[in-house]
Design a protein around this ligand. Structure first.
Ligand code: 3AM
Length: 185
């Protein structure tokens, strides 16, 4: 099974993000209902290994925290855009969660990329050719903000590739510890 680990985004924010959709040549927009914040991509793993991952993830202990999304940007850069994203304001608990998830995944002998965790919400995948519409979108949305939200859990997802695109199915949710507001504000 093909797996990844992510934070679900509340419906009101997914709808607000989904409503940004405009015509950009060569753009494939992530369907609003699939918008998420990826913590780790595992790829194809055997069922027995997936069992080990669910167990390791269950050991993670971290308090709830509050996240803010704002602005837009692209990978690898604005001149060769392949991914257009919504920014995630840094939060120490988010970094800690990503690090703990990475350790859990590595403990199951699933290789992980070396590059540092760079939190983002993928909005569009596109051919690396900037267009007037693309530039206008980035300029228009550079100071975009969304309501903050409290991260109460993270989720192991299965990704099933179909001709219509990937289907994301939650396999298991892992609650964070209820805490007094730890907001990073
Ligand atoms: O949140 P994003 O969109 O950055 O790009 C895929 C998505 O991350 C990423 O895993 C998340 C859920 O699909 N992904 C897919 N294939 C990948 C791969 N081969 C990958 N990340 C790294 N290597």
């Amino acid at each position: 099974m093909r797996l990844f680990i992510a934070i679900k985004i509340p419906d009101n924010i997914k709808m607000a993000i989904g409503s940004l959709r405009v015509d950009i040549p060569g753009a494939r927009w992530v369907p609003a209902e699939q918008i998420h914040l990826t913590l780790a991509f595992l790829g194809e793993v055997k069922e027995v290994v997936a069992g080990g991952v669910t167990e390791e993830l269950g050991r993670i202990q971290l308090p709830e925290f509050i996240l803010h999304f704002s602005g837009t940007g692209c990978f690898p850069d604005r001149h060769r855009p392949r991914v257009l994203w919504i920014g995630v304001q840094p939060h120490p608990h988010l970094q800690a969660l990503a690090a703990m998830v990475r350790t859990a995944v590595l403990a199951c002998d699933i290789p992980q990329e070396e590059r540092p965790f760079s939190p983002h919400i993928t909005l569009v995948r596109l051919k690396p050719a900037p267009s007037r519409e693309f530039d206008a979108f980035l300029d228009r949305n550079k100071n975009l903000t969304f309501p903050p939200f409290r991260v109460r859990e993270f989720t192991l997802f299965q990704s099933i590739l179909t001709q219509q695109g990937a289907l994301h199915i939650p396999v298991r949710n892992y609650p964070l510890a209820a805490a007094d507001v730890v907001s990073g504000l």
